[in-house]
Design a protein around this ligand. Structure first.
Ligand SMILES: *Cc1c(COP(=O)(O)O)cnc(C)c1O
Length: 423
């Protein structure tokens, strides 16, 4: 066994078995190229805030209106997070208590719909999220989910289709946004349709919140009635979520989160959200957000030059969705091979995928994590080359080639220490 790591002294003493797993994960996150577009590296400050004794406190309710005493500090922590969210995104109201993105979306349904009501969102295999009314999700079981997609020829949302469906089905709530959308979301176009059919428009910006905060993607303000976001993706905060809205919806949303859906908020997470929002308000975060997009565009160009088939032909944001059918490798086979090559991606359906969701045709990659480590557009040709070689090795079963890539990846990544990780 290796000697106990100095950076987790208490953990190493109390529970060496668990400490060893944490250290192993640190090494994995440090030595691999992480391309999963919903992941990132939080700063040391965010990590510290989320590991504080704020953990020990119950605080059901909201600042100044709690059901437990002893909130002298917690009220200020939550107020700080709320004020920073309002200022960063330019909204009237923010709720920072949702435990994660899925419960945040459930709170939205609770606020604006009754069980059995019609709700509308993008279909999961088209790039939407489970919680946008997809059948296996509670949101598709308790509500009547109707789903829109993208056009087969362009890979883009067809707003005529969305409008037609919305006017026919009259949903109470319309979700826009998703998990595998490589293009800019036209919030104004969705808002016009929501207005026409009297629906509440929810912009679920979980993936792109950091790009919006950094000015690298248009804001859903003032178009959306409600903005839902996770805090742990491009926003670079702890695992958590926020709901934001105009004043008119504030009460309904707050009531839905607590007492409608949740009990005590996770105050250590609230604190870490406050820190992340502070970091996202710095000029350097604007540079970060624009670099994420520049890296994604450079990577997309390099992949296109190598004959990869990108859904919608490229990207406007942090994310690239590739259909590997022309490369004659299923997405899952490629994803698992790339993992062995030290390149961490996820297999993903592509629109109109003839294969099953658990064994789809594509992989999904993104640049938030590598940009957090300081990689630039100058590195994207190398990244594309690794992916290309990895996919080829996946097809031919060349494990030696995968091991070779893994060593090259570890070598480059060692020059770009990740935020929050021991050097
Ligand atoms: C990630 C994501 C969610 C869910 O977030 P969890 O924290 O995983 O529950 C919801 N909506 C969208 C669009 C997402 O990308």
């Amino acid at each position: 066994m290796s000697t106990p790591p100095a950076h987790h002294p208490a953990l190493s003493t109390a529970d060496p078995e668990l400490a060893a797993l944490v250290v192993a994960e640190e090494q994995l996150q440090s030595r691999t190229l992480r391309l999963i577009p919903s992941e990132n590296y939080v700063s040391h400050a965010v990590l510290e805030a989320s590991g504080t004794v704020l953990q020990n406190k119950y605080s059901e309710g909201y600042p100044g209106r709690r059901y437990y005493e002893g909130q002298q500090n917690i009220d200020q922590v939550e107020t700080l997070a709320v004020e920073r969210a309002k200022s960063l995104f330019g909204v009237d109201h923010a709720n920072v208590q949702p435990y994660s993105g899925s419960p945040a979306n459930l709170a939205v349904y609770l606020a604006f719909a009754e069980p059995g009501d019609t709700v509308m969102g993008m279909a999961l295999p088209m790039g939407g999220h489970l919680t946008h009314g997809w059948g296996v999700s509670a949101t598709g079981k308790w509500f009547r989910g109707v789903q829109y997609g993208v056009r087969q020829d362009t890979g883009l949302i067809d707003f005529d289709e969305v409008r037609e469906l919305a006017l026919k089905e009259r949903p109470k709530v319309i979700f826009c946004g998703g998990t595998a959308l490589p293009r800019t979301i036209d919030f104004a176009a969705f808002a016009e349709i929501a207005r026409e059919c009297g629906a509440v428009l929810v912009a679920d910006v979980a993936h792109i919140a950091g790009l919006i905060a950094g000015g690298a993607h248009p804001s859903p303000v003032p178009h959306a009635d409600v903005i839902s976001t996770t805090t742990h993706k491009t926003l670079r905060g702890p695992r958590g979520a926020m709901l934001m809205c105009r004043e008119e919806h504030a009460k309904a949303l707050d009531k839905a989160v607590f007492p409608g859906l949740q009990g005590g908020p996770h105050n250590q997470t609230t604190a870490a959200i406050a820190v992340a929002l502070h970091e996202a308000a710095q000029p350097s975060f604007r540079d970060y957000a624009h670099s994420v997009v520049a890296n994604a565009k450079a990577l997309a160009d390099a992949l296109l030059a190598r004959g990869f088939d990108l859904v919608s032909g490229g990207t406007d944001n942090h994310l690239i969705l590739m259909d590997l059918t022309p490369k004659d490798v299923p997405g899952k086979v490629a994803a698992k091979a790339l993992d062995r090559a030290g390149i961490v991606v996820n297999y993903n359906t592509v629109p109109f995928d003839p294969r099953k969701p658990f064994d789809p045709s594509g992989i999904r990659i993104g640049t938030p994590s590598l940009t957090s480590r300081g990689l630039t557009t100058a590195h994207m040709e190398t990244v594309a080359e690794w992916i290309d070689r990895g996919v080829t090795a996946a097809r031919t079963g060349d494990e030696e080639a995968l091991a070779g890539i893994r060593a090259e990846v570890a070598d480059l990544m060692s020059a770009f220490p990740a935020p929050g990780l021991p050097a």
